[in-house]
Design a protein around this ligand. Structure first.
Ligand SMILES: CC(C)(COP(=O)(O)OP(=O)(O)OC[C@H]1O[C@@H](n2cnc3c(N)ncnc32)[C@H](O)[C@@H]1OP(=O)(O)O)[C@@H](O)C(=O)NCCC(=O)NCCS
Length: 162
């Protein structure tokens, strides 16, 4: 099936809200139920949905995956969330989301993409070219996580003064 990726606009946020809630609640067992409820509550969700980089993956016009990231600071971009609906995993959608965020990152002068990952996702992140920087015990929201990084080009000083 043909997966199409595009930037998410205001009109897409209602659908994103549904997919975000579903994936956060079912896929992120490293966080307590209370924390997952906090993530899917309006306050946190609205803050996340203001992330400047928001991409959706669509299969036949249905949103099946997303990636939320910040614009780079000093050439370093941080990915907050990436998820694909469980029934659509292992179809290359996560890889496409990372590739597209990399493309946007390059346009913005990013040289280094970073994120924090649970152990279960190390195979995926290594498959898409990330390396492990370290193990962050009791990290964001108390979860143990791996700090991951992917260099995508040489640092471009001129881009971070804009
Ligand atoms: C992590 C995630 C986004 C990956 O998306 P995906 O669309 O399933 O990934 P892809 O199909 O592009 O996988 C690319 C490669 O990564 C590896 N991989 C991905 N998931 C894997 C798994 N569960 N077990 C082993 N290898 C895996 C494989 O090498 C795969 O290639 P292959 O299918 O040809 O063997 C998805 O599993 C997900 O949404 N998980 C739940 C939410 C989550 O944990 N997000 C990450 C937060 S840190």
């Amino acid at each position: 099936m043909d997966v199409k990726l595009r930037k998410l606009a205001k009109a897409d946020l209602e659908e994103l809200e549904k997919v975000f809630t579903q994936t956060i609640q079912s896929e992120f067992s490293e966080y307590s139920q209370n924390t997952r409820n906090y993530f899917t509550d309006k306050k946190y969700k609205n803050r996340m949905f203001r992330s400047p980089i928001k991409l959706g993956a669509y299969l036949q016009d249905q949103l099946v995956g997303y990636i939320l990231a910040d614009k780079p600071v000093g050439g370093v971009m941080f990915i907050w969330w990436i998820a694909v609906l469980p029934e659509h995993k292992r179809k290359g959608i996560g890889t496409k989301l990372i590739k597209n965020v990399k493309r946007i990152g390059l346009e913005l002068g990013t040289h280094n993409i970073q994120l924090q990952a649970d152990e279960r996702n190390l195979i995926f992140y290594k498959a898409v070219g990330f390396e492990i920087l370290g193990f962050d015990k009791k990290s964001f929201f108390g979860a143990d996580s791996y700090v991951m990084k992917k260099l995508i080009q040489e640092p471009k000083e001129e881009t971070w003064f804009k």
